[in-house]
Design a protein around this ligand. Sequence first.
Ligand SMILES: [Zn+2]
Length: 79
Amino acid sequence: MRRWKTLRVYCGSCRFMLYKYKKGGTGSLIKVHPDRVLHDFTTGMDVTCPECGNEFARKKLYRGKMVNYLLSGRTFNRN
Ligand SMILES: [Zn+2]
């Protein structure tokens, strides 16, 4: 059985909370899958911070789906 934990993703420059996310496994979050976002505080899975305009992710195609790749240093995540 897969264990999920809830992670909070924050903007690396202004600390605005961007997503609450359901993550499986260990290690830091890199790919944000839209279907695992519990709460989206941006404007519709946006890749820029609504508070300060920091670009914290890039949209990329992954296995036929669009996911947001978090740019390291632009975000920090916490359980
Ligand atoms: Zn910000």
